[in-house]
Design a binder for this molecule. Structure first.
Ligand SMILES: CC(C)(COP(=O)(O)OP(=O)(O)OC[C@H]1O[C@@H](n2cnc3c(N)ncnc32)[C@H](O)[C@@H]1O)[C@@H](O)C(=O)NCCC(=O)NCCS
Ligand SMILES: Nc1ncnc2c1ncn2[C@@H]1O[C@H](COP(=O)(O)OP(=O)(O)OP(=O)(O)O)[C@@H](O)[C@H]1O
Length: 224
């Protein structure tokens, strides 16, 4: 099974592209969703987060806005949060990959915002970076997440610069234009992934034929 890493800065359109890949039939691991599940009531990460930022957890429920403000205001809190969550997310990711392998998928997608920052790209056969111009990014985050411009800037500052991500990418999916344009770009990526899967299937079938022929010749006492 091949692994496609899907990454991009906050608000670049990564979740939209991930949804399109899921609709095309690929299993997708969503790291943000894994974080949210770990932070949900009864979630594995909640007790440690409550110790890190006591005000953020009340009666077993996380106040995301309080935690976000604390993490943005204090780099040590963000680091502490990452130390709690990243090993747990890695465990969830590995379980997801094992399931996808067992199910016989040709490709699995890892949708991880901090893929490069955490070295997760080393696991991937290809990395697609979702990107848009900076003004579009800031506008989208401010509109959808209701974050103050200063908060958006602080989160962006903690992420690898977009141009560096694009430099490291095998594929760049620009989402700065219309949604239809994004759909067309994702279709081209899906076509490349399917062509790769097809090629590997043919190569495997060829290898199997050669091995079978070799085994038959050996059984007949002939040299393959
Ligand atoms: C800081 C928190 C509380 C903010 O919560 P909020 O609901 O506002 O955002 P959400 O979790 O949906 O994340 C939205 C986006 O923020 C960015 N982001 C999240 N965490 C980080 C981080 N540690 N560093 C840089 N950017 C981050 C990503 O682009 C992500 O897609 C939350 O993101 C968190 O707990 N982060 C630590 C875990 C982490 O590193 N997650 C990233 C994926 S592994
Ligand atoms: N052409 C486009 N392609 C993708 N998303 C677009 C496009 N035009 C507008 N958007 C909007 O951009 C916003 C951000 O998209 P999305 O949620 O996919 O980004 P994200 O990178 O996952 O964000 P976050 O990091 O905040 O979770 C959404 O509201 C989406 O509808």
């Amino acid at each position: 099974m091949r692994i496609l890493g899907l990454t991009g800065g906050i608000g670049m359109g990564k979740s939209t592209v991930a949804r399109m890949l899921r609709r095309a039939g690929f299993p997708v691991f969503d790291a943000d969703a894994a974080v949210h599940a770990l932070q949900a009531p009864g979630g594995r990460a909640l007790p440690a987060i409550g110790r890190l930022v006591p005000d953020a957890v009340r009666d077993g429920v996380l106040d995301r806005a309080v935690l976000r403000r604390a993490a943005i205001a204090d780099g040590a809190v963000m680091k502490g949060l990452e130390r709690i969550l990243h090993p747990m997310v890695r465990q969830e990711r590995d379980r997801f990959l094992a399931r996808a392998r067992r199910a016989g998928h040709s490709w699995a997608v890892l949708d991880i915002p901090l893929l490069f920052e955490t070295g997760g790209d080393r696991l991937c056969d290809r990395v697609a970076v979702v990107s848009a111009p900076p003004d579009v990014q800031i506008h989208r985050v401010a509109r959808r997440r209701g974050m103050a411009p200063g908060e958006v800037a602080a989160v962006i500052a903690r992420q690898m610069p977009d141009r560096e991500k694009r430099r490291r990418a095998d594929d760049v999916i620009c989402t700065g234009l219309s949604r239809n344009d994004t759909v067309r770009r994702v279709r081209r990526l899906v076509a490349r992934m399917r062509a790769d899967a097809e090629m590997r299937m043919r190569a495997d079938a060829g290898t199997r034929l050669c091995v079978d022929a070799g085994t038959r010749l050996c059984a007949e006492g002939k040299t393959p």
